[in-house]
Design a protein around this ligand. Structure first.
Ligand SMILES: C[S@@+](CC[C@H](N)C(=O)[O-])C[C@H]1O[C@@H](n2cnc3c(N)ncnc32)[C@H](O)[C@@H]1O
Length: 303
């Protein structure tokens, strides 16, 4: 019997997507063609032309994964096994994709492993955002590129609502606002500060989804709205008033890459998890982690 890893102060609560129809209800049938298209534009602008190993944090059903053209291998990572099963159906099983179920707060990877990482529409579920970002930084190689999307509390709609007393929280203060349980909006200056404090340099910011307004989405063709957004995105380094912000940052250059033959480490005791042809990985402390239908499962140990 597997048992869940214990949660405690070092394991903040998780917004659990296990069994969720998020991809179909929110994206495929949810009228979000505009948001999907403008995110694709932002990603294309920010992604490096090529790379070796990408970590996609909170990949969900793999909506964005096909957009990482330049990367040789991609770790499709999510807390939810069923989201990963959907991603696997979309992307297939191959050497290119490595499916990993884990909590971002305690990932099963050796340090300095990835030369690229993305985290899109995930930070807004983080009760302890700096801790999650620090764990991403731990697994990034020196010089690696990290593309982070976050929900912006300083967006124009929130500012107007606050000024007209239709909203009680201030969009101008730096603390996150939890508008629904485990759903947070962040202040852009706070996110930049967290990234810099843990050893990232900010390279570029793009503001995204400026025209996320029901009336416009119903009346203006998606292609035109997306084109207008693509122009407005370039103002992202000057000001950030859109509901969504993409930040490209680079891990500072000090330190060394992970050794070529290392990859997984035990999320319980940080001992190496050597490669194996068995259907589980095991560390020297006898913690075992299952590999089930092509998905490495680090949510709960087998022993
Ligand atoms: C809103 S969905 C976004 C999915 C995908 N990035 C996209 O943009 O389509 C958020 C995803 O984050 C994952 N997630 C939430 N908390 C997590 C955690 N602590 N560790 C890993 N993944 C997490 C959820 O399982 C879910 O798939």
């Amino acid at each position: 019997m597997s048992k869940p890893l214990e949660r405690g102060e070092d394991r903040p609560p998780v917004c659990d997507y296990e069994g969720s129809d998020y991809q179909s209800s929110f994206w495929d049938e949810g009228g979000r063609a505009y948001e999907d298209r403008v995110e694709a534009i932002a990603l294309k602008r920010l992604l490096p032309a090529s790379g070796e190993l990408m970590l996609e944090v909170g990949a969900g059903a793999g909506r964005n994964t096909p957009r990482y053209h330049g990367y040789q291998r991609i770790v499709v990572m999510d807390y939810s096994r069923t989201q990963l099963q959907q991603a696997q159906q979309r992307l297939g099983r191959s050497e290119r994709y490595i499916y990993v179920a884990t909590d971002v707060y305690k990932m099963p990877f050796v340090g300095s492993l990835f030369d690229g990482a993305t985290m899109i529409r995930v930070l807004h579920h983080m009760a302890d955002a700096p801790k999650a970002l620090a764990e991403v930084r731990r697994v990034m190689q020196p010089g690696g590129t990290f593309i982070l999307e976050f929900a912006n509390k300083l967006n124009l709609k929130a500012i107007l609502r606050y000024l007209f007393r239709r909203q009680d929280w201030s969009p101008f203060t730096r603390e996150p606002v939890e508008f629904v349980a485990l759903n947070f909006d962040f202040h852009p200056a706070a996110v930049r500060q967290w990234l810099q404090e843990i050893g990232f340099s900010i390279k570029r910011q793009l503001t995204v989804s400026h025209y996320r307004i029901g009336f416009l989405k119903r009346t203006v063709p998606v292609a035109i709205l997306a084109w207008l957004d693509s122009l407005a995105q370039w103002t992202g380094d000057l000001w950030q008033l859109s509901p969504s912000v993409f930040v490209k940052s680079q891990a500072n250059a000090e330190g060394q890459k992970a050794a070529a033959d290392s990859f997984f480490q035990c999320p319980q005791c940080a001992q190496p998890l050597p490669d194996t042809d068995k259907d589980y990985l095991e560390c020297t402390n006898a913690h075992r982690w299952g590999i089930i239908d092509g998905i490495y499962d680090f949510k709960s140990p087998l022993s």
